[in-house]
Design a protein around this ligand. Structure first.
Ligand code: TYM
Length: 329
């Protein structure tokens, strides 16, 4: 069986962008792949989050993964920081990666823009290498991610090829899986920017644990245009295109079908339908979440996932250290 791997950073609350861009695909694919999905808590450290909040976010994220439909029968779930072999491999890969490559990473450029060198951590700079280690340590075949992570998976492929060329076949070359629709869900208030947990104005972000009425209001007050025609034109009508994308992904119908269905409707009617779908989803997730979060189920799932993840990761990390000639591996 081919192997899937992916993760999400627990820097803030999970939102609809994470669900549509990533989680939906983990769930759809888990039956056909041996799946490893983790909480990328080491990646969170690049911005020095508050430890108490981070701890809560991690537990909440695992609860949400399960509430959204990740099934421990098909998916090994674990916290990245508990599998010590990830940073072990990451160091070896850092020494086979170049400053020039890291400087070209658009996410790094965006996140460090207008900040002084004294306020950008080294972790933020080398972050994509830890991501490469996360992927390569499992010989993952596929990595389902949203559009913004594509460049990091491409870097991973380059690092793997370079290592294989120098030391002999060691890593599988992973494929990024990026959906045609929904790989970049936009902010509802600023539809030229992606929906993000770090948005200053949370009116444009729908959180999975959001109060249902608040979520409805956010959709109803999403920024659109004055044309009042439901047509998919992301360049000229980014707000309505974003709502159409959300509707299409949540109902599993194509964008063309959405256009046909709502050709005679105005924005108000369409927004109500989008809000209904979003609320239905949030309600289902929140009901399950409130059950899952009680008791010790989450810990059991994490223990079971970590055991398997560690087994595989250890073998690969030791193979790499042995090939590099360090220690007595
Ligand atoms: P992160 O935590 O920023 O996002 C997690 C996943 O959600 C997707 N995503 C979105 N998709 C569509 N629209 C949006 N508005 C949106 N916002 C987020 C992201 O593309 C991503 O797939 N570096 C990674 C975490 C990571 C990882 C890995 C992923 C660490 N190691 C190994 C895959 C494999 C990150 O920061 O994603």
């Amino acid at each position: 069986m081919k192997r899937l791997l992916s993760g999400i950073k627990p820097n803030g609350e999970l939102h609809l962008g994470h669900y549509i861009g990533a989680i939906i695909h983990f769930i759809e694919m888990q039956k056909d792949y041996e799946s490893f999905v983790f909480v990328a808590d080491l990646h969170s450290l690049t911005v020095n989050p508050n430890p108490k909040e981070l701890r809560n976010n991690i537990k909440e994220m695992v609860g949400l993964y399960l509430a959204c439909g990740l099934d421990p029968q098909h998916t090994y779930l674990f916290n990245q920081s508990e599998n010590i072999y990830h940073p072990m491999l990451s160091w070896a890969l850092e020494c086979h990666s170049y400053m020039g490559e890291m400087n070209r990473m658009t996410q790094y450029k965006e996140k460090s823009r207008n900040k002084s060198n004294e306020s950008v951590t080294c972790g933020l700079f080398t972050y994509p290498i830890l991501m490469a280690a996360d992927i390569l340590i499992y010989d993952a075949d596929v990595v389902p991610v949203g559009e913004d992570q594509k460049q990091h998976v491409e870097l991973t492929r380059n690092i793997a090829e370079r290592f294989n060329n120098r030391y002999g076949q060691t890593f599988k070359i992973p494929e990024p899986i990026i959906a045609k629709t929904g790989a970049r869900i936009m902010d509802l208030q600023n539809p030229t920017k992606k929906m993000s947990k770090s948005a200053e104005n949370t009116k444009g972000v729908i959180f999975l644990l959001e109060d249902l009425e608040v979520a409805r209001k956010k959709i109803m007050s999403a920024i659109t245009d004055s044309d009042n025609k439901i047509k998919y034109d992301p360049e000229n009508k980014p707000g309505i295109a974003n709502l159409m994308t959300i509707y299409s992904c949540l109902t599993n119908i194509t964008i063309t079908e959405v256009e046909d269905m709502f050709q005679n409707d105005n924005y108000g009617t369409f927004k109500t339908k989008v809000a209904d779908e979003v609320i239905k989803l949030l309600q289902q997730i929140q009901e399950k979440y409130n059950e899952i979060i009680k008791g010790d189920y989450i810990d059991k799932v994490l223990d079971q996932g970590l055991k398997k993840a560690e087994e595989i990761a250890k073998t690969k990390a030791l193979e790499v250290y042995q090939k590099l000639g360090v220690g007595r591996y």
